[in-house]
Design a protein around this ligand. Structure first.
Ligand code: NFE
Ligand code: MG
Length: 522
């Protein structure tokens, strides 16, 4: 048995390391470790409740909108208010824009270089500035390694480049086209940030998200600008993003069989009414081939293998955060959230599977359409490639829907309802961040925050074992993954990265009054 580590797993947000036991070239056990320690939930204690959404957005720079919206919804619930129609639609549009940004970021800038051969850029003969700059960068790396062409390692954002036979797409034209997609995706992400900023006030951390709705009044001019940017993004998704995902899947079809997991949860998202009951992507649990009704009272966080004292198996409203860095047996700072004692995969794939199983015609059409190319049916999607395909499909649907939402706005009408902070209260805000189900919970006492807990998507899928020893979804999905070279475990990296981990989100807690270490920085 060999111990194989990927530490750190790069091209993700934050610090994640993976420890695997590999026997006869196959992963037989895995541990997912969140190695860093941050602080958010405890710094909220004692503050004005309305400060929460601006503070929690700083948990992450990739999905701040989701934290801002989960928090605003949590406060709506505690204050007993609802957003106006414009407020509800604008929240959906700001979240949808950020999700497009995040999915495009994940595929091109975080995951594609697991499949695309960056060194193919050396054959690029055109004059696109971005392509020329990447070509020069890679060329420089080759000069450094002159005489050892077998060890070409592209540097900077292109690390790590695992080296091995058949690791990458071989066709030069396909590789160059995908690298051009990498460059174009930077430009498109800028447009999606502009879409967030048009109604959010700024990006990436919008200031306009508040309890009761959004502070930006939609004008005809802003709606027009939004639609123009969205149409350019939609064109990129249909003509570039989806074809590139299909090209990767055609070259590596074995990844429909790798990284599999079959238990999904979605909180439901993009409410079509102010009561948040009618969703664009439905709410539910899918386990053992069956759809179940979701009930948020079934959520608990367990900490037997996480570096926290006591407080295991608590609902987030009663959640505790007491750091225990030296805890025996613990191997991560990520807690283990469980639904009805079960681990859950969350994310775009979970949303698409639950929507599909709930009879969502739009999702059915798009997912069946992609799977048909591979003569496959829905179970094939519960996999590494399925996660990539689900993000691409979701991007297309969100893009198409947002055009309609923009047209549904009442220009000049109020985007928010007013509120009063109650002396005491409790609230729950459930939303779907790009990476999956995100919940915020608040307890207000004497008009200040007594307790605030966030249970985020990466905490769900990068969780350690639970109190009963059940593995987290990423740990489980790694079992059975073949590793052709223990020094270059690209197969495992592809499986883990398909979940799109964000450790900045997953670990957002700190013990405020405890000194962990002292450093002098010279
Ligand atoms: Ni930091 Fe996040 C998303 C949230 S993931 S990216 O999406 O919430 O845990
Ligand atoms: Mg938490």
């Amino acid at each position: 048995m060999a111990k194989v580590y990927i530490d750190p797993l790069t091209r993700i947000e934050g610090h994640l390391s993976i420890e695997m036991d590999v026997q006869n070239g196959v992963v037989v056990d895995a541990k997912c470790r969140g190695d860093m320690f941050r602080g958010y939930e405890t710094i909220l204690q004692g503050r004005n409740p309305v400060d929460a959404n601006q503070i929690v957005m700083r948990i992450c720079g990739v999905c701040p909108v989701s934290h801002g919206e989960a928090s605003s919804m949590c406060l709506d619930d505690a204050f007993n208010i609802k957003p106006t129609k414009n407020g509800r639609i604008l929240r959906n549009m700001i979240l949808g824009s950020n999700t497009l940004q995040s999915h495009i970021l994940h595929f091109y800038h975080l995951a594609a270089l697991d499949f695309v051969d960056i060194t193919a850029v050396l054959q690029y003969k055109g004059s696109d500035d971005g392509m020329v700059r990447i070509r020069d960068w890679v060329k420089n790396e080759i000069q450094v390694k002159k005489g050892r062409p077998d060890e070409i390692t592209a540097g900077g954002p292109f690390l790590p480049r695992y080296e091995g036979k058949d690791f990458y797409i071989k066709d030069t034209a396909t590789n160059i086209d995908a690298i051009a997609g990498y460059v174009k995706a930077l430009d498109i992400r800028q447009k999606t940030h502009q879409m967030v900023a048009l109604f959010g006030g700024r990006a990436p951390h919008p200031i306009a998200l508040v309890p009761g709705g959004v502070t930006t009044i939609p004008t005809r001019d802003k709606i027009k600008q939004f639609k123009k940017l969205l149409k350019e993004t939609n064109k990129f998704v249909s003509e570039t993003y989806i074809p590139h995902v299909v090209a990767v899947a055609k070259t590596f079809p074995e990844y429909f069989k790798l990284g599999r997991y079959e238990r999904f949860m979605s909180f439901g998202v993009y409410g079509k009414d102010e009561d948040r009951k009618n969703f664009t992507f439905e709410q539910g649990i899918f386990d053992g081939g069956k759809l179940e009704k979701f009930d948020s009272s079934m959520i608990r966080e367990q900490v037997k293998y996480a570096r926290y004292k006591s407080g295991s198996n608590l609902h987030p409203l009663k959640g505790e955060t007491i750091a225990d860095p030296e805890k025996s047996g613990a191997y991560t700072w990520v807690k283990a959230p469980r639904y009805d004692d079960r681990p859950m995969e969350v994310g775009a794939l979970a949303r698409m599977v639950i929507a599909y199983q709930s009879g969502n015609e739009q999702v059915k059409k798009e997912l069946d359409g992609v799977l048909k190319i591979f003569n496959s049916e829905v179970p094939a999607a519960f996999s590494t490639l399925g996660r990539h395909a689900a993000r691409a499909i979701e991007s297309k649907i969100i893009g198409e829907e947002m055009i309609k939402w923009a047209e549904d706005l009442d220009a000049g009408e109020s985007p928010r309802n007013s509120y009063t902070i109650p002396d005491n209260g409790e609230g729950e805000g459930l939303i779907e961040a790009p990476r999956g189900a995100l919940g915020h919970w608040i307890v207000i006492k004497n008009r200040v925050i007594e307790n605030y807990q966030a249970v985020v998507p990466t905490t769900w899928f990068c969780s350690p074992k639970d109190d009963k020893g059940g593995r987290g979804p990423v740990e489980q999905a790694l079992i059975g993954t073949p590793i052709s070279d223990n020094m270059n475990p690209i197969e495992a990296a592809r499986v883990v990265r398909s979940f799109d981990p964000c450790l900045a989100c997953a670990i957002h807690v700190v013990e405020g009054d405890k000194e962990i270490g002292k450093f002098r920085v010279c």
